[in-house]
Ligand binder design. Structure first.
Ligand SMILES: [Zn+2]
Length: 155
C-alpha cells in the first residue's frame, strides 16, 4: 500500500494513512481503498500550508488531490471526506479571505463542498470540476486545466 504520512507544520509525523494501489475488490481482501490506524482522530492533511499560505487556501477531498495542487505551487490542505470535516477544521481556515473547495464531481463530493461552504459562508466557494476529480483533471488536461478553473472562479 501507498503510505501517506500526515506531518505537523514543523514536519513531525502525526499519523499515516494507507491507500491500496491494487485494482481489486478491497473488501474481499479485508481492507478499504483507504485505511486509517485504529482509533485515529480525523485530521487535516497538509497543515503546513495553513501556516505558509497568504489570504487564499485550497481544500481538496483527498490527500493525492492535495499533492497535485502543491505541485502547481498552491497552498492546499485535504480532508478525506465530508464526514471528517469538523468544527476545528473550520476554525483553522477561518482567517482566510478565500477558500477554494475542490470536491469530487459526484454526490459525495457535492456533500463535501456544500458542507465546507456552509461552515465558511463568506470565504469558501466550490470549484467547478467537470472532467473528474483534481487528479483526473490534471491527468487529462494538465496544469492548464486546473489553472483555467481558478481563472474562471476569479472572474
Ligand atoms: Zn486493496
Amino acid at each position: 500500500m501507498l503510505a501517506i504520512p500526515y506531518l505537523s507544520h514543523t514536519g513531525q509525523p502525526l499519523t499515516i494513512r494507507f491507500r491500496c494501489l491494487e485494482e481489486h475488490d478491497h473488501r474481499a481482501h479485508f481492507h478499504g481503498k483507504y485505511n486509517t490506524l485504529k482509533d485515529d482522530a480525523p485530521r487535516m492533511y497538509g497543515v503546513d500550508s495553513v501556516h505558509a499560505a497568504g489570504d487564499t487556501i485550497d481544500v481538496t477531498e483527498g490527500e493525492l488531490d492535495r499533492i497535485i495542487l502543491r505541485k502547481l505551487g498552491l497552498h492546499a490542505v485535504a480532508i478525506p471526506g465530508a464526514a471528517l470535516w469538523l468544527g476545528r477544521h473550520r476554525r483553522m481556515l477561518a482567517g482566510f479571505n478565500r477558500v477554494r473547495v475542490w470536491g469530487d464531481p459526484d454526490d459525495a463530493g457535492s456533500d463535501f463542498t456544500a458542507k465546507v461552504c456552509r461552515s465558511l459562508p463568506r470565504s469558501a466557494r466550490g470549484m467547478r470540476l467537470r472532467l473528474g476529480d483534481v487528479t483526473e483533471t490534471y491527468m487529462q488536461g494538465g496544469v492548464a486545466a486546473l489553472l483555467d478553473l481558478i481563472k474562471e472562479d476569479e472572474k
